[in-house]
Design a protein around this ligand. Structure first.
Ligand SMILES: Cc1ncc(COP(=O)(O)O)c(C=O)c1O
Length: 463
């Protein structure tokens, strides 16, 4: 085992030491990966080392260097060294973070990390924190707690009776809420098409006046979903205005803050989140801006009774011999699961409060640098106000369709390989979406990437 793990560690180390200079996008397509990886399941096993070699050989060309310095796709940061190492230990320890009795250490580390995260984000001390797979499940978990409470307030027990016979629950969100929020609403039986969408401004921020107008026509249980970090612009809903409006109407307020919530950990940026602590629940990711490996999201709910009531699973064999302690499965939809607290613990301990603030602040400064470098070029437009780590750029051809041209530039940049940025469609126009969210990105990486993007743009413009 030790030799095998040393071998794996040397392969992983080699990969990570070289990842910064790899072609950032995958060099093999899905079809090529399928061909490389496909074989008949052998009757006799190949043995551990051969299996690992085969995996590395087959998967290698299809890997995206998202752990590297110039990957700007999907707001996914790399992974801090301590969190990678702790994730390896988490795998070796193979703890089941379902109950305190199945792993007292996994349960206790969650309690410690929960306290750290609440303090970093300025959220209410003692709020419930569930360690889920990502922000999709964090949104789901928080909205399950919301559904519990708003129906309980009108005398309906949704966990026992379901939505049968329940008064209608109105879910209100901004027009630019994230796709996963709608998915959470669907999964909770609240009906995506029944949602009421408040108008948003040109940066995607919910307009308080639109929320007010909607709520004036709503009676009965209601949940308002706000957003910290628009997936395109990075903009924040004005929490200090919309939360009081929602509260005045007796609504539960949920905040989807997959990446944006981390702005609260940085003094220079926390004004963007002003008022956010007045909400009832918050969903965020650790695998995005906190730079820990997948999969790691956090579902945070101020009302711990509602959080637990919507999530706790009981079974006669779930014997809780550890007394009154944190039970990991009180806070998440899952039963058996990975001990996600360990890599978070190591990540936070390794960089500390100041390290988190620097990571977030530096990436935002780098996003502004990227925007400046691109904006200086004739024929490149920055579509958003760069308030966080997001830049949306549009590329104009000498003549013809700017949407098609922008998409061509995005594809050509991905093929060129110096950096990777995704495409988007925002306010009816195609754009290149650049998210700066890795601890490893340097200012030089931003300059190299901007040079590569602009060289590709110029080349495409001349073709
Ligand atoms: C605002 C927002 N909410 C939710 C999500 C979904 O997060 P995950 O993919 O970790 O489930 C994202 C992902 O980018 C996001 O930006």
């Amino acid at each position: 085992m030790k030799d095998l793990l040393a071998y794996a560690a040397s392969l992983a180390g080699e990969y990570l030491e070289g990842v910064g200079e790899r072609h950032v996008g995958a060099t093999a397509s899905y079809g090529e990966c399928l061909r490389l990886l496909s074989r008949d399941l052998p009757e006799e096993g190949a043995g551990a080392k051969d299996a690992l070699d085969e995996l590395v050989r087959g998967a290698g060309p299809g890997l995206v260097a998202s752990a590297g310095r110039r990957y700007f796709g999907f707001v996914t940061g790399g992974s801090l060294p301590a969190s990678v190492a702790a994730d390896v230990m988490t795998t070796a320890w193979d703890q089941n973070a379902v109950l305190a009795v199945s792993s007292p250490a996994a349960a206790a580390v969650e309690e410690v990390v929960a306290g750290w995260v609440l303090s970093l984000l300025g959220l209410p001390e003692g709020a419930g924190v569930g360690f889920v797979t990502g922000c999709q499940m964090a949104n789901f978990t928080c909205l399950a707690a919301a559904r519990h409470q708003v129906l309980r307030d009108v005398g309906h027990d949704v966990e026992r009776k379901g939505l049968f016979g329940a008064p209608a629950v109105t879910v209100i969100a901004g027009k630019e809420a994230h796709a996963t929020l709608f998915a959470a609403v669907r999964m909770l039986g609240l009906g995506q098409d029944r949602m009421l969408l408040a108008d948003a401004d040109d940066q995607g921020r919910m307009r308080p006046s639109a929320l007010k107008a909607i709520l004036s026509g709503v009676s009965g249980p209601a949940i308002v979903c706000a957003q910290a970090g628009n997936v395109n612009s990075g903009a924040f809903d004005p929490f200090d205005e919309i939360i009081p409006i929602a509260k005045e109407h007796g609504c539960w307020v949920h905040v989807d803050g997959a990446f944006g919530l981390w702005a609260a950990a940085c003094d220079g940026l926390k004004a963007l989140t002003r008022g956010v602590a007045g909400a009832d629940s918050w969903a965020t990711d650790a695998h995005k801006w906190l730079n820990v490996p997948y999969d790691s999201g956090l579902a945070i709910v101020a009302n711990t009774a509602a959080h637990r009531a919507s999530m706790t699973i009981e079974a006669p064999y779930y014997v809780r011999t550890q007394g009154e302690v944190r039970e990991p499965n009180h806070w998440v939809p899952e039963s058996s699961r990975r001990a996600r607290g360990f890599p978070l613990y190591a990540a936070l301990l390794s960089i500390g409060r100041r390290g988190v603030a620097d990571l977030v602040g530096t990436n935002c400064r780098q996003a502004r640098l990227m925007a400046e470098l691109l904006d200086a070029e004739d024929g490149v437009e920055i579509m958003n106000r760069v308030v966080l780590n997001q830049v949306v750029a549009r590329f104009l051809p000498r003549s013809g369709d700017a949407d098609a041209f922008t998409r061509r530039v995005v594809a050509a940049v991905q093929d060129e390989g110096t950096c990777w940025a995704g495409g988007t469609n925002w306010h009816g126009a195609a754009g290149m979406r650049i998210s700066v969210s890795s601890w490893a990105t340097t200012d030089d990486d931003i300059r190299r990437s901007a040079d590569a993007i602009l060289a590709t743009f110029r080349k495409q413009r001349e073709e």
